[in-house]
Design a protein around this ligand. Structure first.
Ligand SMILES: C[S@@+](CC[C@H](N)C(=O)[O-])C[C@H]1O[C@@H](n2cnc3c(N)ncnc32)[C@H](O)[C@@H]1O
Length: 213
C-alpha cells in the first residue's frame, strides 16, 4: 500500500525527521495520569506509578478464573491489574471496578465498556454490592491502601467481602510490607503470601485470604 509515510521513506532527498515520524506515547499515558493524580492526592493513590506487569500478573495469578461469578477489583487505578485479569481469562463483563478517582474510572469505562465501573468509595464495597443484588463473587482483588484504617476494621472488611463469595472465593491484597496488612484470625481466615516481587516501583507481596474451612 502506498501510504504517504512509505513515500517519505522512499524519497532519497528527505533526510530530516519530522515530528510525525517519531513514535510518541500519548501525553495522557497511564503513567502520566497516575503521576498527576498522585501529586494531587498522594494518600489516595499511595504510589506514583501504576503496578508493574510483574506485580499485576502476580495478583491476577492468585485468582482462579474458572470459579463462576463477578470479579471485584478495588482501587483499579489506570487498570494495570485489570489488564492482567483480562489476560488471565476474566471476560471484562465479569469485572466490577470500584475506583475513587474519576480520572481513573473514566479511563476504565472507555477501555472496558462492558465492565461495571463504579466511581466511588471501595471501602463501602459490601453495601455497594448489596445494592447491585449480584450472585456470589468469584474473587476480590484489592490494591487499596489499608493502613489508614484500624486493624480490626480491616479484618471486618475482609470477612464481609469473603462472606459474599461462593466456594473457592479468594480475597487478594497487595502490600509493600512482608507482614499481612490484615490481621489473621486463624479460626476464621486462611492466608498465604507470595514471594516478594522486586520488579515494581516499590517491591511488593501478594496476600491471598479465604474463609477457613
Ligand atoms: C496503589 S494504587 C493501585 C492502582 C492500580 N490497581 C495499580 O495496581 O496500578 C491504589 C488505588 O486505589 C485507589 N483508591 C484509594 N482509596 C480508594 C477508595 N477509598 N475507594 C476506591 N479507590 C480507592 C486509588 O485511587 C488508586 O487507584
Amino acid at each position: 500500500m502506498n501510504t504517504s509515510r512509505d513515500e517519505h521513506v522512499k524519497d532519497p532527498e528527505r533526510t530530516e525527521l519530522t515530528r510525525s515520524d517519531i513514535p510518541r506515547r500519548s501525553p495522557s499515558s497511564d503513567e502520566l495520569v497516575f503521576f498527576r493524580t498522585w501529586l494531587r492526592a498522594p494518600l489516595v493513590t499511595a504510589t506514583f506509578l501504576p503496578s508493574s506487569p510483574n506485580l499485576s500478573r502476580a495478583l491476577a495469578a492468585a485468582i482462579d478464573p474458572s470459579i463462576p461469578g463477578a470479579v471485584l477489583e478495588l482501587g483499579p487505578g489506570t487498570g494495570a491489574v485489570t489488564a492482567a485479569l483480562v489476560e488471565r481469562g476474566i471476560a471484562p463483563d465479569r469485572l466490577i471496578l470500584i475506583e475513587l478517582m474519576p480520572e481513573f474510572s473514566e479511563r476504565l469505562r472507555d477501555r472496558y465498556p462492558s465492565a461495571r465501573v463504579i466511581t466511588g468509595d471501595a471501602f463501602s464495597a459490601p453495601s455497594l454490592l448489596a445494592e447491585l443484588g449480584l450472585g456470589p463473587l468469584s474473587a476480590v482483588v484489592s490494591c487499596l491502601p489499608l493502613y489508614g484504617r484500624p486493624p480490626s476494621w480491616r479484618q471486618s472488611f475482609l470477612l464481609d467481602l469473603l462472606s459474599l463469595g461462593g466456594p473457592g472465593h479468594r480475597f487478594v491484597q497487595v502490600t509493600n510490607f512482608p507482614a499481612s496488612p490484615i490481621p489473621i484470625d486463624r479460626r476464621k481466615i486462611e492466608a498465604s503470601s507470595s514471594p516478594r516481587i522486586w520488579l515494581n516501583v516499590f517491591p511488593a507481596v501478594v496476600w491471598t485470604y479465604r474463609l477457613a474451612k
